[in-house]
Write a protein that binds this ligand. Structure first.
Ligand code: DPP
Ligand code: ZN
Length: 844
């Protein structure tokens, strides 16, 4: 396959003013008739006319009414056209019913829908399918279905047809079409300047009761974006459609967002608190794209972080505002470390703005999204809130209607603040997680922190240069009071010192408060302050971080030295658990132990070869010890966290349930599951039911619960996804592959549905000790299924290949087994471009 380079970018030879599309829907033979108004691009460097196309059957084509002689079979086409405005017309035939890749126009249980980002539009018709070609779309849909939707405003409709017009020029990746037997739950929103917007959430009959929360989250997002970014909605209608078969979470198509049903449908009985929180964040994310992505889009796909990093940052801000900022930040950092650090420290490491790709779908990654968001957060920290919002205003004004680059983005900050961001830009081009080592000195009342930064080599990037690191630091005095409030130190050199004068005693530093930069902080040089900071730090992130550091060290000592669980750690944890002045959600986070994967990476970084079974065993032992150590305190806290009344997904209630269920999981380790069974039997919402089910599965007291849960929920696909997933997540290491195998034979294992595939095979890859069981059965089973899925759905297959990205961490036996599994995938004839690229990168 061909590699595409950022450096090779050239502007399009022709621009498009207007597009008219007619769809004659038919499952196996949909006709798409296009009429496209082209004109030469004054900024073009070439006059080669090129249209993308994939799997299209061309019926006829005309340029300015003259037949074009083509014998094309579905690939991109080049032809001679006038160097003047002209009209392209064509009719193609496509087959949505057999489109299992879920890219382009496809069918999901009788309903038509589209997914065009990044390059799916070329599977619908011939078009310059690149984001720097923006055009006004008019769409006519003909089909015998009650609901026919496209982007923009509805202009006309009749029996079996509808016409839509989107006045905002947009790239083809934001095109959408939906047709089906759907029901709308509706609401309205009035924008700040008085525009009345109809809001509709379209779902299948039977899902109407799962719409209220999504609509409410949408309205809150709309208000929030007006308040914080002066960003108003710009059409008279905003439609969201829930679809069962979808590769991603959701898609921000202009005026017609399409959502994976798991990312929008919610009801108390079927959705957990975590589901509600995720739905709220994704609704906000897609809505926020209307400005950061749609009105201002990307020049080319190398600039993907321009819209994704910024929009993730905006949805993180929204969650922090709507819920607890401290808890939101901790959750974001846990996700960053779990997915992005893992990626950045393995064979798939790539810069936030990559410089080449084979398949762009492989770059919708944690690095582009989550690290991309961290870069925006750092910029905001460096320039301050006021200048940040000034720069954003300028960005919105200067670039509205344009397809932009990271250079454009940084320029608005330079123009607003007068700062030179040349060095900051390295964050966009250098892959890898910087290591930040700190040491200290105290002399004559002056306290000096010295930092050294180093970014390890990543594939294709051996040598790294120093980056700008905003290090938020506060100082505490030895009795726990704060002597120096948070300041941001701006590190630009490879090694740099910062001093604080006039101190009466050597202070205790709290470094990288709020996780002010996406780096790995190494504090060996400054003594052991974790227990002190867990007790006294005023910065909630670092308070949590200190607890995490203690837990990590206890576990590492257990694993590498056979040590017993550290009593001081257990006491510190118990003190937090009992501290009713602390937010229950925060306490639940402190109680959560590091993941197996995080411990494996930490051990590897320390020069050990991680043994997944030893990691698993240490965590089991520590949990059991915690259950005993805290036994007396648990019932009181469990009772105190009871939430009465009818279910509400708000942060406060959810926080209490989170802590209550953390406590329940410890109680169930000593009471044989009695309390969990009680909670399971009396639960009136999915949060409580699922948590109890998990406890029962964990202690292997679950056969009855497994049956009863299935019978209760067999008609609800989203709940059955949880049922598949949880049995595998809680499976003992030696049984995980076997249980997964068994579940893949279940009649409900609809493997072509991405949600079901992920909840089953993805759960196995997430059960670290199960996946890495020395038998190799986990590797083999996952490889078998990836080989099977690839011809059906390359995108979901490629995504799941990342399960193997850590293979170099492990012992030679595991390495050999993982490599063999990878080689088996790589050797499959006719492997997709997506997976071919992933195999080459992972094995490289
Ligand atoms: N739908 C994906 C997202 O919103 C890709 N744009 O991030
Ligand atoms: Zn996005």
């Amino acid at each position: 396959p061909q590699t595409i380079y950022l450096a090779d970018y050239t502007p399009p030879a022709f621009l498009v003013d207007a597009v008219h599309l007619t769809f004659r829907l038919d499952p196996n033979a949909t006709r798409v008739i296009s009429r496209i108004e082209f004109r030469p691009n004054p900024d073009a460097t070439s006059q080669d006319f090129m249209l993308h196309g994939e799997h299209l059957k061309l019926i006829w084509a005309k340029v300015d009414g003259q037949d074009v002689q083509t014998n094309l079979t579905g690939d991109s086409l080049k032809l001679d056209v006038p160097n003047a405005p002209f009209i392209w017309e064509a009719e193609v035939e496509i087959s949505p019913a057999t489109n299992t890749a879920l890219e382009g126009l496809y069918m999901s249980r009788g309903m038509y829908c589209t997914q065009c980002e990044a390059e799916g539009f070329r599977k619908i018709t011939y078009y310059p399918d690149r984001p720097d070609v923006m055009a006004v779309f008019t769409v006519r849909i003909e089909g015998n279905l009650p609901v026919l939707l496209s982007n923009g405003n509805a202009v006309a409709q009749g029996e079996g047809w509808a016409e839509w017009h989107d006045p905002w020029p947009k790239p083809a990746y934001l095109f959408a079409l939906v047709a089906g037997d759907l029901i709308a739950k509706s609401d309205t929103f009035t924008t700040r300047s008085g525009r009345q917007v109809d809001l509709n959430l379209y779902v299948r009959p039977g899902d109407e009761h799962k719409c209220d929360f999504g609509l409410d989250a949408l309205k809150r997002s709309m208000v929030w974006d007006e308040n914080f970014y002066n960003a108003e909605y710009d059409l008279d209608i905003f439609n969201i459609v829930a679809v069962d078969d979808f590769n991603m979470g959701a898609m921000e198509n202009k005026g017609l967002n399409i959502f994976n049903s798991a990312a929008v449908l919610a009801s108390p009985e079927t959705s957990t608190d975590a589901n509600y929180e995720r739905i709220e964040a994704i609704i906000a994310h897609e809505y926020f794209h209307n400005w950061t992505g749609n009105r201002i889009t990307c020049r080319d796909w190398f600039q993907l972080c321009l819209k994704e990093g910024l929009t993730v940052f905006r949805d993180q801000q929204f969650t922090a505002d709507e819920r607890s900022a401290a808890v939101a930040r901790i959750n974001d950092v846990m996700a960053l470390r779990g997915r992005q650090f893992r990626e950045d420290n393995g064979p798939l490491a790539h810069p936030v703005r990559p410089e080449s790709f084979v398949e762009i779908n492989n770059f919708y990654t944690a690095t582009v999204y989550e690290k991309g968001a961290e870069l925006i957060r750092m910029l905001k920290t460096l320039v301050g809130d006021q200048d940040y919002y000034k720069a954003l205003d300028l960005y919105f004004r200067r670039h509205d209607g344009q397809a932009c680059t990271i250079e454009d983005w940084l320029k608005v900050f330079e123009d607003t603040t007068g700062r030179d961001l040349t060095q900051f830009k390295r964050w966009y081009s250098q892959a890898g997680t910087p290591r930040l080592k700190v040491s200290e000195a105290f002399e004559n009342g002056a306290y000096t922190l010295t930092f050294r930064q180093n970014t390890p080599p990543t594939p294709g990037q051996e040598a790294k240069q120093p980056v700008v690191i905003p290090i938020a630091v506060g100082l505490l005095n030895p009795d726990g009071g704060e002597v120096v409030e948070t300041q941001v130190l701006e590190m630009t050199e490879a090694e740099q010192s910062f001093s604080f004068d006039g101190l009466g005693a050597k202070p205790i530093p709290s470094i990288l408060r709020g996780f002010s930069a996406p780096v790995i902080l190494e504090t060996d040089g400054i003594g052991d302050n974790a227990a002190f900071l867990l007790a006294h730090d005023t910065d909630p992130f670092n308070k949590w971080e200190s607890g995490r550091a203690l837990a990590r060290r206890t576990l590492i000592d257990m694993i590498t030295k056979g040590a017993a669980p550290d009593q001081a750690f257990l006491d510190a944890l118990l003190a937090v658990l009992r501290d009713d002045s602390l937010d229950p959600a925060f306490r639940a986070l402190v109680m959560r132990l590091p993941t197996q994967d995080e411990l494996a990476q930490t051990l590897f970084d320390m020069g050990h070869t991680p043994d997944p079974m030893a990691i698993y065993q240490a965590l089991e032992t520590l949990r059991q010890t915690m259950a005993q150590h805290m036994q007396d305190a648990l019932p009181r806290i469990y009772a105190a966290m009871h939430v009465g009344g009818s279910y509400s997904p708000d942060a406060e209630a959810a926080g209490k349930r989170a802590l209550g269920n953390t406590v329940l999981s410890l109680i169930s380790l000593t009471d044989g599951g009695a309390q969990a069974q009680k909670q399971y039997d009396s639960a009136d919402n999915m949060t409580q039911q699922l948590a109890a089910f998990g406890c029962l599965l964990n202690i292997d007291q679950s056969d009855t619960a497994t049956q009863s849960f299935y019978h209760q929920w067999k008609a609800d696909r989203l709940v059955i996804d949880k049922w598949f997933g949880l049995q595998i997540s809680y499976a003992a290491p030696a049984k995980a592959a076997e249980i997964t195998e068994h579940l893949t034979q279940h009649p409900d294992f609809d493997w072509k549905n991405p949600n079901r595939f992920r909840s089953t095979l993805g759960a196995l890859t997430g059960n670290a000790a199960g996946f890495h069981h020395p038998s190799g059965a986990g590797y083999d089973l996952v490889a078998d299924w990836l080989i099977r899925l690839d011809p059906v759905n390359p995108q979901t297959t490629a995504r799941m290949c990342t399960a193997f990205e850590t293979w170099r961490r492990y012992d030679t036996d595991r390495q050999a087994k993982m490599k063999a599994a990878l080689q088996r995938i790589a050797d499959k004839p006719n492997l997709s471009r997506d997976v071919t690229e992933m195999m080459a990168r992972i094995l490289n």
